[in-house]
Each structure stands twice: as structure tokens, then as C-alpha cells.
Unconditional design. Structure first.
Length: 304
């Protein structure tokens, strides 16, 4: 607090306390009282306000409040820039509490320091911690069940743009991901766009116009092959999705694919290392990896 604000606060405090003391002194006076005297305020024709002094117990409560305020301003900050005789501050208390909880977190994560993500995914204590951190930081986008939504990937299936192995998941959460699908409307034009849409739907096993798909194949190989591959299975290194499976981040309808081609897509996964710390990221990665494993086991059992 600069000196000008300090002076302002000091003056305002003195005026407030001084005014309260003056008001109490005036109220405490015992003027000659006339029986039945009123203040002149009358309601409903016959309800009058009598000119009686405050009850003594009430007056002493106000006096006690002024005394308490004076003692408080001596002990704690509040009188301008004065720190108070106890030396307490909300900032110092916050730092102390942060240090206390940082130490608790350090001791908690120290138990998992020697374990990798795959090992942690089999540790019930680590999974419980990871589930709580996920709920507080990741569920907003991926949902409480981690099944995502349009534009936010499902973390429980086998389709992973950037790879679903433990180290890949850890890197994704630590460093974040940026996926950029440029607009191709200027290159494909009104004729080429529906043709590529038809071809993409054909390799995904979806309904399509065969003639348009045949024409779209050449355009696909000219424009899309570099990222999505000759068979449309994508490229993990670039975050290019597999176009042949049933998992579509933005939808597989003709309208959705057309929008992707004409407007492009820009997916942003923020880096969480600066937000929650590397130790927390590690247990979250283990929790997410366990979801994928659980799904694969369920699918395997369903096939049998």
C-alpha cells in the first residue's frame, strides 16, 4: 500500500472511530426527560415514538465494539500500512498453508516416484488419487465418465490420435497437444469437396455415392494422403486421426465431414504440467491408461 492510500485509510478509520465515540457520548447524556414526550413521529394515527434513551446494556455493547476495534487495529493490520504488533498478514498465512499442503502432496507423490505409468495403473491408491484429480481438472472437457463429447476425445476407447500407450498419454497431458486441420475449400472447391467426403465415408464403411467416391480418391491422394496415409489410417506423430474406424471426433455425417474440409479444425489440449504439476500428471495418466485397459478387457470378454 502506497503512502497516499495509507493516509486515506488512517484518516477514514480515525473519523469512523471518532464519530462512533462522539455519537455514543451524545447518546449517553441524560437530558431532562418529560413524561410522555415523543419525537413527533406518529404512524397510523396513534402509534407514536417516545423520546426514551437507549437501554444501558445496548449502549455498553456499542462501547465494547469501539474498544474491540481499537485493540484489533493495534494487533492486526488495518490502520493504513501498519502491520500490527502480532505481525500477522493474510499473505503470510496463505504462504504457510500452501507450504503445509505442498509438503503433504510431496509426501503423497513420493510413494509413487519410482513407479512408471503402467505400474501406477495397477495401483489402487494411485488410481483413486488420479480419479479425483481427473474429476477436478479434466472432466469439464472429457466428461465425468471420460467418454468425451463432440470435439473432445473419448478416453476409454482404442482410438487415440496421439497414441494411447503410457508414455504417449503422459506426454499428451504434460505438454498438451495442438491439432490443426486446415480449410481445403479453396483447393477442393464446390465440386471436389463432396467427392472427397464420399471417398472418406467409403473407406470408413459408411454410406456414400460410389461415383463421387471414385472421383474423390484422386483428390484424397493429392491432398489428404500426407497426413492421413494412403489407407486413411492416420498418423500418430502428427495427430492425424484414423478415418477408417468408427470413432470420429467431430462426427462422421456428410455435413460434419464437409464442415471439417471447408472450415478446418483446430483442437487444443492445454499442457497440464504448469497447472497441476508433473507428479499429479503422472497419476492422472495412469488413471486414463487404466480406463483404456478396462475397455479393452471388456471388449475381449464380450467377443468370447
Amino acid at each position: 500500500m502506497n503512502s497516499a492510500w495509507s493516509i486515506y485509510v488512517i484518516v477514514l478509520t480515525l473519523v469512523t472511530v471518532g464519530g462512533s465515540v462522539w455519537l455514543l457520548a451524545m447518546t449517553a447524556r441524560k437530558p431532562e426527560k418529560k413524561e410522555g414526550e415523543t419525537t413527533g413521529h406518529v404512524w397510523d394515527g396513534d402509534l407514536a415514538e417516545y423520546n426514551n434513551p437507549l437501554p444501558r446494556w445496548w449502549l455498553w455493547l456499542f462501547v465494547g465494539s469501539v474498544v474491540f476495534a481499537a485493540i484489533y487495529l493495534v494487533l492486526y493490520p488495518g490502520f493504513g500500512s501498519a502491520s500490527g504488533t502480532l505481525g500477522w498478514s493474510s499473505e503470510a498465512q496463505l504462504r504457510a498453508e500452501q507450504q503445509k499442503y505442498d509438503e503433504i502432496a510431496r509426501q503423497t507423490y513420493a510413494r509413487f516416484a519410482a513407479m512408471d505409468v503402467a505400474e501406477l495403473s495397477r495401483n489402487s491408491e494411485a488410481l483413486g488419487l488420479g480419479r479425483n484429480i481427473f474429476a477436478n481438472n479434466c472432466a469439464t472437457c472429457h466428461g465425468t465418465d471420460a467418454r468425451g463429447a463432440i470435439g473432445f476425445p473419448n478416453l476409454t476407447d482404442a482410438s487415440w490420435q496421439w497414441g494411447g500407450e503410457p508414455d504417449q498419454i503422459l506426454t499428451t497431458i504434460l505438454q498438451g497437444r495442438t491439432a490443426a486441420m486446415p480449410s481445403w475449400s479453396g483447393v477442393l472447391g464446390p465440386e471436389g469437396t463432396p467427392q472427397v467426403v464420399a471417398y472418406v465415408r467409403s473407406i470408413a464403411g459408411l454410406g456414400h455415392n460410389p461415383a463421387a467416391a471414385a472421383a474423390g480418391k484422386a483428390r484424397y491422394e493429392q491432398i489428404c494422403l500426407a497426413c492421413h496415409g494412403p489407407e486413411g489410417k492416420g498418423m500418430v506423430a502428427l495427430g492425424a486421426p484414423d478415418l477408417t474406424d468408427s470413432d470420429w471426433l467431430y462426427g462422421s455425417s456428410e455435413a460434419a465431414i464437409t464442415e471439417s474440409l471447408t472450415k478446418g479444425r483446430n483442437g487444443q489440449m492445454p499442457a497440464h504440467a504448469p497447472l497441476i504439476g508433473e507428479d499429479a500428471v503422472k497419476v492422472v495418466a495412469a488413471y486414463v491408461y487404466s480406463l483404456r485397459q478396462d475397455n479393452e478387457v471388456a471388449q475381449s470378454e464380450g467377443q468370447h
